[in-house]
Design a protein around this ligand. Structure first.
Ligand code: PEP
Ligand code: MN
Length: 339
């Protein structure tokens, strides 16, 4: 349930509400907005009697049930968009953030060359997998901590922030030590042990949509991370499995404005995995800006034909530079409309 406090409610009154909902068996989450504070009480199910009794407590303006199955991530609990701050990079404030880099970290030259180039083109965040979720156990599995060190070196050289995937609960600590954002891959969207563990991490998480996940399942997975203590979650639409085989996945761009109706979490679009085809990345990057995404993730490689993973969907350095120019008018239009 949601307990909306009056505009001038005191800390004492808010704490009292938290104690009361704990007694009823719910976990209170205090969300402080610009105008007023709400207490989101999540638990086994909203009881009418509890709601009625809380309504008359001091400092309370109203109390009502949360109707959606996902609670803390829902717009019902928090209307204002969540903003994620990573140093000087802001995600979710209406600007458009670009994450770019190779599918896998393959070596020093490959990574540093890519990082310098994407930074020059205007990306703010470097991507690169050091732990790779590969369909075949015989494919390259990633450079592990050595790859993380190269990402840190690239960050030091360029000032880019770093996002990289964490595959396993065992690796959370080491990945969190090097990364600015921890990525949960599509194949792990419902790895609940991993999601719970990421609740303890003090760094932002980017949760990618599962291969066959519905929007509700996607948001419930995000709820796991938030309810376990980490509110800094962004979502990534990266395409879903459909009957269509002409593209690797079907990029669900409708998910972007739909998610904006349902959740306050920022949403990023990944047209590289979403299509599997280099030629489709630039048009869908423009579309991502137009549908209101908070950012883009794109795979970029200096020599895609030699890439150890996902070469066919990776942009060449100059193609990424073109992409950055091409999206500018769409970003400007969005800004001028105040969206
Ligand atoms: C990736 O971004 O490196 C990746 C493996 O993507 P996904 O989890 O979306 O398949
Ligand atoms: Mn990839």
């Amino acid at each position: 349930m949601i307990i909306a406090m009056q505009a001038g409610a005191t800390d004492e009154q808010i704490n009292h509400i938290c104690d009361r909902v704990r007694e009823y068996g719910y976990a209170p989450h205090v969300i402080r907005g610009t105008e007023r504070t709400v207490v989101a009480a999540v638990g086994p199910g909203d009881k009418k009697a509890h709601i009625e009794s809380l309504k008359s407590a001091e400092g309370v303006e109203d109390a009502f049930p949360i109707l959606q199955p996902f609670k803390l991530v829902s717009k019902e609990v928090k209307k204002q968009k969540s903003v994620i701050q990573i140093g000087d990079v802001t995600i979710g404030d209406g600007s458009f953030v670009v994450m770019a880099g190779p599918c896998s970290v393959e070596g020093r030259d490959q990574l540093l060359t890519t990082a310098e180039s994407v930074a020059k083109s205007g990306a703010q965040i470097l991507r690169g997998g050091a732990y790779k979720p590969r369909t075949s156990p015989y494919d390259f599995q990633g450079m592990a901590e050595e790859g993380l060190k190269l990402l840190a070196e690239a960050r030091a050289n360029t000032g880019l922030k770093v996002i990289t995937e964490v595959l396993d609960t065992e690796d959370v600590e080491v990945v969190a030590e090097y990364a600015d954002i921890l990525q949960v891959g599509a194949r792990n969207m419902q790895n609940f042990a991993l999601l719970k563990k990421l609740g303890d991490v003090r760094k932002p998480i980017m949760l990618k949509r599962g291969l066959s996940a519905t929007i509700k399942e996607f948001l419930l997975s995000a709820e796991y991370i938030v309810t376990h203590g980490n509110p800094n979650v962004m979502l990534c639409e990266r395409g879903i499995r459909t009957f269509e085989t002409a593209t690797r996945n079907t990029l669900d761009l409708a998910a972007v404005p739909l998610l904006a109706e349902l959740t306050h979490l920022p949403v990023v679009v990944d047209p590289s995995h979403g299509t599997g085809k280099r030629s489709l990345v630039r048009p869908l990057a423009k579309a991502s800006v137009a549908v209101g995404a908070d950012g883009l993730m794109a795979e970029v490689h200096p020599k895609p034909e030699e890439a150890w993973s996902d070469g066919p969907q990776s942009l060449r350095l100059e193609e990424f530079d073109t992409l950055m120019h091409e999206i500018q008018p769409y970003i400007k239009l969005r800004e001028s409309e105040g969206r």
